[in-house]
Structure formats: structure tokens, C-alpha cells
Design a binder for this molecule. Structure first.
Ligand SMILES: Cc1ncc(COP(=O)(O)O)c(C=O)c1O
Length: 406
């Protein structure tokens, strides 16, 4: 039996160059949508609802056909969604910036007039933390649990502090844990008493339809929960086609009550006459004709992605099972696996892996300011490399966990 040190040295000698840093689709995922590149031509310049694709008119909320196609994905009605350009992060940033400068529908004053804090879930998404940090918004971490954010902790926090203006988190197949918010937690989020009258849940539903198997968890109806409790403006939902068609080259969504949509469309309409309607129509035609529609293409994605997630679990189980050195998630969707080391050695593992030619998301990235107080969490992103590379990378990760834990 080789020691972890001997195995590590042997793996390092292979001169590997593997990258598992970011959650990107594989080229085989992109290939599923190649037909979209040429689907709009000079015979499809006007939509069935009469909007000319090449000109300005059409409105800031996007094509009617696109709103109808994507509203069900966020669980909202077609008049409760804005379809924007290529990045949901941009819509999140815009909504946050406008809230800072002008407030949201129920705000007594623009947020920037006082102290502003947000609750964030940990482990969580590094770009969320960075966006809040750059906007000068304080961050209060709460745990992400199997049924969603730690609702009891949130209820306590928001009841007594009016400077807590929101919650920013991923409700479905969360980045990086893969957890999905239950309807019971969604109902409590919608109904809880908040000291701030304009407390707003920024629900980044980036993985709303990104299931890996045929038994997905029910999609939480956050807007319905907020409406039912008489707080229809409490939630803003976000999503995009970045992991449905082309990453960073598709369209984004912002969902909410009609009042929220009117408020934000009014502000965003000062910055833009109309989003890219040609791109929107390309998606409408392509996904509208795809066998099974959006669910159909997501099944095709899952067929390509599930073997990679299975490989992660198989190799980690083989190498670390029963050793009490680490635990990891087995997500039913989304783009990540979250690994926790038993000892505070996450940074050491990431460093050792790097020296063996395996690039991982930096340790700490799943916490605000890049600092994991326990130095235990590592986000694994197995979606882009081919499955044989995922297997090799997981072997390296597992051996590094063993070596770092000695
Ligand atoms: C939770 C979450 N939100 C947003 C994004 C980026 O989405 P977009 O390309 O629409 O900006 C990602 C990408 O990894 C993500 O994981």
C-alpha cells in the first residue's frame, strides 16, 4: 500500500494540467444549441406579435414571445418578467444599484442613505459576495441547509434590524451545495416579520431547470409565497440561459410582482431602449422547436453532465469513503459539488492540488471576502472537463485531502 505522500508524488510526476475552477458547460453542451446560430434570417425579421427585430420599438421588458417562453421557468406570469441581455448577474447588479440609489417600491428612502446589510448563504457564490462588497453592502452569513437557507436564523435577524435590507442566495440546486429551498421554507421567507419594510429576497435562480436526474425537487414558489402573505414585492427572481444555450451569450431574466417589474422597468428603461431582440427571438424559435422545449434540452444536458457528477462521487467514495476525512454533496442538479474537509485544511488541499497540476476554486471563495472561517470548504466544478479528466482530478483531490489531513 502506497502512502498518501507516495501517491501524491506519483500523481504530481504525471505533469497534469486540469482545470476545475469555474462552473462552465462543456463544448458538447454548447453543441446542442449550434442550430440557434442560424435560426434567425431575413425571413424572420418581424415577430408574430408584430415587433420588428432590427429596430428599437418593443419595450425594455423584452419580446412578448420570450416572456411567455421563460416566465414558467421562474414560476411567474408573462407580465411578471423582464427578459434582458446576456447576464443575470448584470440584472442583479442593476436591481441592487437602483435600490441603493432610488430604493425599491416599499422603500422609505434610497438604501444608500443609511447602513445596508444583506444576509448571504454559506457556502455560497463568490460573485454574489463580490458584488455586495463592491457596492458597500455588509454581509451576514447564514448556513445553507438541505431545505434552504437557515430560516430560523434569518427570522431572528430580520425581525430586529431594519438595516438588513435583503437576502441574496440561490434557491434551486444552490451554488455550491446543490440544495433546493423547500416550499415550507419559501412560505416562511414570504411571511416572516421584517424590521425593514422593503426587505427583499434576491433569489438567483440560475439552476431553476438544471436537473441531473428524473426526480427533481419541487421548484419553490417564492413569489407565490410572498403574495400569499401579503408581501408581493418581497422577492425578485433572476435567471438566464447561460447554461441552457450559450454561456454569457444568451439572455437573462428578472421576475417579480407587477409592481416590482413596473418599478425596475421604469428605472432600467432610462439606460436602455430595448434589449437585443434578435438574440431573444433566436432563443424563442430554437427552444420553442426543441423536442420537449426547455425541459427537453435540459434532459440532453443532464445526459452529458450526470456521468461527470457520478465520477466525482465514485472516486471520492473510493478514495475517502469511511475515512472521516471529508464529506461532499451529491447534487440532484446545478453545476457544483461542495466538499468539506474534517480538519481545517481546505487551503492546503487546494495548494497541493495546484502543485500537482489540478486547478480548483480558491479555498475561501465560498465565503464573503474569500475567508472561510473554518478553512474547510472546497467547491468542485466538474462540468467542463471530459469525464476521464474529472476522474483523474478527483483522485488528486482525494489524495491531497489525505496528505493534508496527516
Ligand atoms: C448562482 C449563479 N448565478 C449567476 C451565474 C452567472 O449567470 P449569468 O451568466 O446569467 O450572469 C452563475 C454562474 O456560475 C451562478 O452560479
Amino acid at each position: 500500500m502506497s502512502t498518501p505522500r507516495e501517491r501524491y508524488d506519483a500523481l504530481r510526476a504525471l505533469g497534469l494540467k486540469l482545470d476545475l475552477t469555474r462552473g462552465q458547460p462543456g463544448d458538447d453542451n454548447f453543441d446542442l444549441s449550434n442550430a440557434m446560430l442560424t435560426i434567425v434570417d431575413d425571413k424572420t425579421l418581424v415577430t408574430p406579435s408584430g415587433v420588428a427585430l432590427r429596430n428599437y420599438p418593443g419595450g425594455v421588458a423584452g419580446l412578448k414571445e420570450a416572456r411567455e417562453l421563460f416566465a414558467p421557468m421562474l414560476g411567474v406570469a408573462p407580465d411578471e418578467i423582464i427578459v434582458g441581455n446576456n447576464a443575470s448577474l448584470e440584472l442583479e447588479g442593476k436591481a441592487l444599484m437602483w435600490a441603493m440609489l432610488r430604493g425599491l417600491p416599499k422603500s422609505p428612502a434610497p438604501w444608500c442613505k443609511g447602513e445596508v446589510k444583506f444576509i448571504v448563504t454559506v457556502p455560497g457564490y463568490d460573485r454574489h459576495f463580490l458584488m455586495l462588497e463592491k457596492l458597500g453592502i455588509g454581509q451576514i452569513p447564514v448556513a445553507m441547509k438541505a431545505d434552504g437557507p437557515d430560516i430560523a436564523a434569518i427570522e431572528k435577524l430580520v425581525a430586529g434590524d431594519a438595516s438588513i435590507k435583503g437576502l441574496l442566495y440561490v434557491p434551486t440546486h444552490s451554488n455550491p451545495t446543490g440544495d433546493t429551498t423547500s416550499q415550507a421554507v419559501a412560505d416562511r421567507l414570504g411571511a416572516m416579520k421584517t424590521a425593514a419594510p422593503d426587505f427583499t429576497i434576491f433569489a438567483d435562480d440560475a439552476y431553476a431547470v438544471h436537473h441531473l436526474d428524473d426526480t427533481p425537487p419541487p421548484h419553490p414558489d417564492l413569489l407565490g409565497a410572498c403574495k400569499k402573505a401579503g408581501n408581493p414585492t418581497r422577492v425578485i427572481l433572476f435567471g438566464s440561459t447561460s447554461k441552457i444555450t450559450f454561456a454569457g451569450a444568451g439572455m437573462s431574466f428578472l421576475g417579480g410582482s407587477k409592481e416590482t417589474i413596473a418599478w425596475l422597468a421604469g428605472l432600467m428603461g432610462t439606460q436602455m431602449i430595448t434589449p437585443n431582440k434578435i438574440e431573444q427571438y433566436r432563443h424563442v424559435l430554437f427552444l420553442g422547436r426543441y423536442p420537449g422545449g426547455i425541459a427537453g434540452i435540459m434532459k440532453a444536458h443532464a445526459k452529458l453532465l450526470a456521468p461527470k457528477f457520478n465520477a466525482v462521487d465514485e472516486i471520492l467514495t473510493r478514495e475517502l469513503g469511511g475515512k472521516n476525512l471529508a464529506t461532499w454533496t451529491k447534487p440532484k442538479g446545478g453545476y457544483f459539488v461542495s466538499l468539506d474537509t474534517a480538519k481545517p485544511v481546505a487551503s492546503k488541499v487546494v495548494q497541493l492540488a495546484k502543485e500537482a497540476g489540478v486547478a480548483l476554486t480558491p479555498a475561501g471563495a465560498t465565503y464573503p471576502f474569500g475567508k472561510d472561517p473554518n478553512d474547510r470548504n472546497i467547491r468542485l466544478s466538474p462540468t467542463r472537463p471530459p469525464v476521464d479528466q474529472v476522474r483523474k482530478a478527483m483522485e488528486v483531490v482525494a489524495v491531497c485531502v489525505q496528505l493534508a489531513s496527516e
